[in-house]
Design a binder for this molecule. Structure first.
Ligand code: KG4
Ligand code: ZN
Length: 334
């Protein structure tokens, strides 16, 4: 069985073809960062227009490179939410049109669930991830910062989330405030490596003193902006101290979630999880707690269609009920 996945939730146009026996056959991605960088963040209308331009050529390329024909595709999966409404609608319209023309099933995939389960993309058997449940998922992306109790495939409880900005959003805003471009994650983490700054706790670790598993990053953003404006620290030092602050915050909350649920099995996903210092710090903490931590392969941390096709295939194989209606859910919770 082969499934074609479509990802258009934000500013990445993704198309992937996934086979239930052979795994990922092809994974196409067009990143629009260059079109948004001068604005310091994603401009929704530009994002939708770029999806429109790139999506059909990417499908052609994916089919050609994997030597597939449309008749080899057994189902379509697309990101139905959460995301930017205009961007989601491009994927939805194309997905439903293809499914209608080819007379094959269409599966609406939740983008957050796709990030959460993306560590399974490269497993030999698509159901191998079932052994991983139950676990705690830390999803850190441009749009979301969430802690999820993943009880079984399709059964999730959000146990903590950001009350304001996501961590990725703040990283991108800080980079833009420094005039360093968008997206900021890789830029700031490289810059942080150049710092010899030894100061501790220059920036707050927001909401870590309360018992809540929720996050709040907007105060941290304001503190960083204030420090930049004061010109007291070099850009490299700002990057280092800021990185330490958001990483500490994520590690403290993840530890609290594991202790609260007495579940020491952590899975980390989303674009921000490609950060190597976050990975090593979480690894050290979870090892101290005698737990296990899994990270998604760097290739699949940021937005991609492989995770959409993969979760679509799981849904289809599990024969769980899924909606066939043409819908997008910009605020769809996991
Ligand atoms: O998952 P993703 O592609 O998008 C959403 O679904 O929102 O994540 C993009 C985010 C951006 O904010 C980007 O700056 C951040 O991931 N990011 C990183 C790193 N690489 C990407 N943040 C910190 N360190 C990195 N190495
Ligand atoms: Zn994402």
């Amino acid at each position: 069985m082969r499934i074609l996945g479509i990802e258009t939730s934000c500013d990445d146009t993704g198309i992937a073809i996934y086979d239930d026996n052979l795994g990922l056959l092809n994974n196409q991605l067009h990143n629009q960062a260059y079109s948004h960088s001068k604005y310091g963040g994603v401009v929704p209308e530009i994002a939708a227009r770029k999806h429109l331009i790139h999506i059909v050529p990417l499908i052609k390329k994916a089919l050609k490179e994997s030597s597939c024909k449309f008749s080899d595709i057994d189902a379509i999966a697309y990101t139905a939410g959460p995301g930017l409404p205009g961007s989601l609608m491009i994927g939805a319209a194309l997905g439903h049109s293809l499914a209608y023309a080819l007379n094959i099933p269409i599966i609406l995939v939740n983008h957050i669930e796709a990030h959460l389960l993306s560590f399974g993309i490269e497993k030999k058997n698509i159901f191998e991830i079932k052994k991983k449940f139950p676990f705690i998922g830390l999803i850190v992306s441009g749009g979301h910062t969430q802690l999820v109790h993943a009880k079984s495939s399709g059964e999730y409880e959000v146990i903590g989330k950001s009350k304001d900005d996501s961590v990725g959003e703040v990283i991108d805003k800080v980079s833009s405030f420094l005039g360093l471009g968008y997206p900021g994650g890789v830029i700031l983490s490289k810059l942080a490596k150049k710092s010899n700054g030894k100061k501790k706790y220059v920036f707050p670790r927001p909401m870590t003193k309360s018992n809540s598993l929720d996050f709040s990053f907007s105060g941290l953003k304001t503190s960083v902006f204030t420090a930049i404006s004061s010109r007291k620290y070099s850009y490299a030092d700002i990057s280092k101290y800021f990185q330490e602050a958001w990483i500490d915050t994520l590690v403290i909350k993840s530890e609290r979630a594991m202790n609260r649920l007495n579940l020491f099995n952590l899975v980390v996903s989303g674009g921000v999880s490609s950060n190597d210092l976050l990975r090593s710090t979480l690894f050290q903490k979870v090892t101290e707690l005698k737990g296990t931590v899994s990270f998604v392969n760097h290739n699949f941390c940021t937005d991609n269609a492989a995770m959409i096709a993969y979760v679509g295939l799981l849904r289809l194989k599990e024969s769980l009920s899924f909606s066939k209606k043409i819908r997008v859910y910009p605020k769809w919770s996991i």
